[in-house]
Ligand binder design. Structure first.
Ligand code: APR
Ligand code: ZN
Ligand code: ZN
Length: 361
């Protein structure tokens, strides 16, 4: 089958690879749509550490083709969304209502048994986040898939696999944005506009979009942003002005850069929260003076996967979509074939897409 494989740091291409059958507890999914997320790029450029070669892709939806022994919750023909974190239902985190922190697997490029189902002539090929679904097919852990209704558009379903769940969840689940509150969102790509939509759904009265790109901020208005600022260095001052000098109740960082993290912490009001969603390099450091948190009672909150419980939340976000609360169609700027994946990455890097989606036909 064809797959998009990062072969070494900063190198990737569409190539043919072999795929084994699903083993016990695993599922073979014929991919229908795969979203191109910044985290895929972060694997290519080493921001997110990964072994190579690795099949990219962690945001997607498709049709179950075959199930391994012991899989009973899905059957061939089912439409499913893939989750890039397994939910075992048994570990400490799963039973304590934090399934997004499930420790059933290790992020080592393998499936749960420590091996991979993808190979080329000379090598094992790893998969990104247990999935590696930027490919015609993916063999994934059964505990990473959940069925969805068959009438849902594939592109919308794919986005729910990462960007939408991460962003909307950051607002309504991780931060619990309250009605009438004020919000700033630093970084208005696919995940950032999802945070904006989550804040809108939660009833925030003021949602300030901040991005280096004026087009991205303008685009954010259609998803619920009420204000934008001048791109660049003055954003912090302008966010403060827009909130009467007080700062926002919730400031979301959706980039993964120390300077914008520091801005979020600064522009959160006394007693407010800075919510860190963007994934930066492990070498990236931000600094906060030791006085500020105790004296202002600010919170710095890490957000993994929008605090998802995917069996409940994927269908919930699709209901929001059906009800017209969540605009997923508007997030898909452009679609690509699998062969056009390099173009999709180029378009993301040049800031042209809210989300690019690969359609597998
Ligand atoms: N200041 C303001 N905006 C910035 C800055 C900056 N210093 N650097 C980048 N941006 C903006 C870009 O202009 C772009 O609009 O951040 C946005 C990032 O959007 P995408 O590339 O579409 O990324 P996305 O898929 O939304 O992911 C954002 O969340 O899940 C994580 O790994 C992911 O860290 C990444 C983040
Ligand atoms: Zn992602
Ligand atoms: Zn678990």
């Amino acid at each position: 089958m064809k797959a998009v494989v990062a072969t070494e740091l900063n190198e990737f291409s569409v190539m043919n690879v072999d795929l084994d059958s699903p083993k016990v507890g695993e599922v073979l999914v014929k991919m229908k749509a795969t979203g191109v997320c910044h985290s895929d790029l972060s694997v290519i450029n080493g921001t997110i550490p990964s072994p190579f070669p690795v099949v990219l892709g962690h945001e997607g939806a498709g049709i179950v083709d075959k199930v391994g022994e012991g899989v009973t919750h899905v059957a061939p023909g089912d439409h499913v969304i893939l989750s890039f974190i397994p939910q075992c239902g048994e570990c400490f985190h799963c039973i304590h209502d934090e399934p997004y922190l499930c420790i059933a697997g290790k992020p080592d490029g393998c499936l749960l048994d420590g091996t991979t189902r993808v190979h080329n002539s000379s090598d094992d090929v790893y998969v990104m986040s247990y999935l590696g679904n930027m490919a015609e097919y993916a063999v994934v852990p059964g505990i990473c898939v959940t069925p969805i209704d068959k009438d849902i558009d594939w592109k919308a379903a794919a986005l729910v696999g990462c960007g939408v769940t991460t962003g909307v969840g950051a607002a309504i689940k991780t931060a619990r944005v309250t009605p009438g509150s004020t919000v700033a969102v630093y970084g208005c790509g696919g995940v950032g506009v999802s945070v904006i939509q989550g804040a809108r759904i939660a009833g925030a009265k003021q949602i300030i979009a901040v991005d280096l790109s004026a087009e991205k901020m303008e685009n954010a208005r259609r998803f619920g942003a009420t204000h934008t600022v001048t791109p660049g260095g003055n954003s912090l001052r302008e966010v403060m002005e827009l909130t009467g000098g007080r700062g926002v109740d919730f400031a979301f960082e959706v980039i993964g850069h120390h300077s914008t993290i520091e801005m979020c912490i600064k522009c959160a009001r006394r007693g407010g929260s800075a919510v860190l969603v963007g994934v930066g390099r492990a070498t990236e450091r931000f600094s906060v003076n030791s006085l500020i948190l105790p004296l202002t009672s600010k919170n710095i909150i890490g957000c993994m996967y929008g605090s998802v419980n995917f069996k409940v939340d994927f269908p919930m976000y699709l209901d929001f979509y059906r009800q017209g609360l969540l605009d997923l169609d508007g997030m898909v700027t452009k679609t690509y074939t699998l062969d056009e994946a390099p173009q999709a990455f180029e378009d993301m890097e040049s800031g042209q897409n809210t989300r690019g989606v690969i359609l597998h036909g």
